[in-house]
Design a protein around this ligand. Structure first.
Ligand SMILES: *Cc1c(COP(=O)(O)O)cnc(C)c1O
Length: 238
């Protein structure tokens, strides 16, 4: 399923899974986009997927992301998304390198990104990350506070509020996974009622993308199914 030596076949398989999952619930497959999660994967593997026509890549760790963005700056149309936790002392590195940040979980981070975004660039696309699993260890704004945070983000210059991101608790089985995705979908619908411009419900990964798509995801973030198992964190960039 995840033969990392065949990026093209892996991408076709993931796109086929997305299409099948959409078909199963009567959705158009064009309504779900694929973010390739390249954290801990080499620049060569990213380049290979880029050569297949893929453009949107997601990274988790700011330092690694900065190095990759700068190393691959010559690739026309490449689009970088930060999907991992963001501390306020790292916002400057992110603000003008990334096209998207999915992991904004407090106003201070959004304000800094807005201040530090080069205003001559298009606005930085932002999703609020919601802690849908309720695990204390997980980042994300509490569900009850998510809409207020979004209202505040929407007023900031140089940012464009796109929607919500969330991750279910791993390994809990299909039905609880579904209910955590449903929680995020409910918040997204409430947000859309207030902010009709939002269009992105970022949920679903290699193991749960079908459930996420059935629950309304518009962007799945897929790593392992595209690139194979991730190498260990240390030493990846040498
Ligand atoms: C690593 C990661 C993914 C991709 O996970 P896979 O199981 O490898 O598809 C998606 N989203 C976030 C936030 C991640 O950290």
């Amino acid at each position: 399923m995840t033969d990392s030596s065949e990026p093209s076949q892996a991408r076709q398989r993931v796109l086929a899974r997305i299409a099948a999952a959409c078909g199963a619930v009567g959705r158009n497959s064009g309504s779900v986009s694929l973010l390739a999660v390249s954290k801990l994967q080499s620049v060569d593997k990213i380049q290979a997927l880029y050569n297949e026509g893929h453009r949107a890549f997601g990274e988790n760790y700011v330092q690694e992301a900065v190095e990759k963005v700068d190393a691959m700056a010559g690739l026309a149309g490449i689009e970088w998304h930060l999907i991992g936790p963001l501390q306020s002392n790292k916002t400057r590195d992110v603000a003008s390198r990334m096209s998207w940040v999915h992991s904004v979980d407090r106003l201070k981070i959004a304000e800094r990104l807005s201040q530090q975004r080069d205003p001559t660039l298009p606005p930085l696309n932002v999703c609020a990350q919601v802690n849908i699993s309720g695990e204390a260890s997980k980042s994300g704004v509490a569900p009850d506070d998510a809409l207020r945070l979004c209202t505040q983000i929407a007023t900031l210059p140089n940012l464009r509020l796109r929607g919500l991101m969330g991750m279910p608790e791993p390994g809990i089985g299909a039905a609880p996974t579904r209910s955590q995705f449903e929680l995020l979908r409910g918040l997204f619908e409430a947000l859309q009622a207030q902010q009709p411009q939002v269009d992105t419900l970022s949920m679903g990964m290699s193991d749960d993308m079908e459930i996420a798509i059935a629950c309304g995801s518009t962007m799945v973030r897929v790593g392992t199914a595209l690139f194979g198992a991730r190498p260990k964190r240390e030493g990846i960039l040498q």
